[in-house]
Ligand binder design. Sequence first.
Ligand code: GCU
Length: 618
Amino acid sequence: MKQNTNLFLTLVLLVSTLQFSFAQNDLITNIQGRKTISLNGTWHYIIDPYETGFYNYRYKERNEDDKEAYWNKPNEENKIDRVEHGYEAPYEIKVPGDWNSQKEVFKYYEGTVWYQREFDVPQMDATERVFLHFGAVNYEAHVYLNGKKLGMHKGGFTAFNFEIPKALLQKEGNFLVVKVDNKRYKDEIPTLNTDWWNYGGITRDVNLVITKDNFITNYGLTLNQDQDIKTALKNNKFQIDGSIKLNAVATNTTVTVEIPELKIKKNFTINGDEVRFSILAKNIHLWSPDNPKLYEVSFNFNGEKIKEKIGFRKIETSGNKILLNGTKIFLRGICIHEEVPQEQRRAYSKEDADKMFKEVKELNANMVRLAHYPHNEYMLKAADSLGIMVWSEIPVYWAIDFGNEAVLQKAKVQLEEMITRDRNKASLIIWSVGNETPVSPTRTNFMKSLITRAKELDKTRLVSAALEVAYNKEVNTIDDPLGQYTDIVSVNEYLGWYGGHPNDTQTAHWKVVYDKPLFFSETGAGAKGGYHADKETRWSEEYQEWFYEEQIKMMKKMPENYCGLSPWILRDFRSPKRNHPKYQEGWNRKGLIDDKGNKKKAFFVLQKYYKEMAENKK
Ligand code: GCU
């Protein structure tokens, strides 16, 4: 009898644990097109470098109902009780936003911070469900509600969501706690060593997403990339390919896709949790930098209508050229970190994105390389509406632990989260699987499998990575083995900054062993804004100006496989690796705009080059 009771109790415990320890759900995309309740605002925090809230004094993970666990609401009803944690003023922090920029105590902090707030939920009908969606948390997030764990996510720059079981929700005063840990590790993505500030925290929007019992989780809608675009234009016959993923299996149910401006309203029957379809369309105005045409598309299922503005275009390579909508394009790019230097903080808002793109347009650029990690969604929305092409990248940066299978899986998770969120952005033309990774057979296999995965997830875009160069006085050779698998050959070159002097570019020659487009994914030099001297004085604005003048002279002599550049970088940015006491002080000074928002002399050199290139329709 006793054994049966134990077995029964074990089963009850197992079910209850399973019920509330939800694994991460499929990513819900287009959050702004859904029914949401924002949880942005003022939260409370506890700084916890010893992770006392997570481990007991024997450093064992605390049990779920341990009242000293920081995910549990402190109870101070009886004055005699011992309580050693709590969430209240003045320990307040803004969400979204990194913690480093909010209080001096956080500036260099790397460790755990507990975030807490309460929220009420509106009256919901029985069929509705609630998900908790985070735009990004850097780096590891453990999420708890009313003392129960919803799940854990790793990755500092990609979105994720967990369902909140209805049984767990209270009408008022839901106690939400997020453990955020931004410590760096050898076997994470990125790894220990990066040339950017390790901003920690809940760095992007947080929303409750209210859905029907079954709903569209995410979807893809792009112009078919196999059709010859010139023929399609001539015959005014286009094919749009789509896929729709439901949260749960449906039987013989209809989903309707509408593009009113194209006079399209199509019903598709779903049997299962996904449907793939094609739609023939006429009179499509293709998306391009000159005409960033977006169409209002709506996806209707189970009483919900999800709307999104989507552009249609074709991106491809032909030999050593990049073609947009069948025409050769030249990428007048600029690299961008997700940062507002004037406030030394992560960028996260629409206003931040609008300011960034105003500077990009002033530069006469038509492309941005969003380094070195997926940026917030406002950046992609701005690029879509402004007609700026985008290179988006996962932070497989420098010396990753390439021989570790678990690290490859982490990189694939971040790759899938990046692609799932942004695959409907016409402006996004290039997925990058990494930056300046040191050549070895293990590394090349690691990166090749990321490229394979990227193409499985999305065949409609180019895949690249910043490759390595074999520098030599006579000829700089690009024969990085990874170049066999990327669609374009991209390299970061700093002739005249890391080695040599700016005028060395005049005798530089380039040899690319692949018949593919060549793209300079970085080039740049440092200058302290406002520091003026003769051009041979390092760190002066004149040196940086000279560097860009010499680089452009070289660019003008490049062979026809040269298809563009994205110099490093639009704005000065924070880096703990940059410690000259006069010229750097924790800043990487390669920005064309300094940390006060002032344009340096080099900005105007590049602006002029891009104006000429735009006018020559290069
Ligand atoms: C590298 C790297 C950047 C870095 C830059 C620099 O190419 O990709 O992340 O900041 O060079 O040295 O400034």
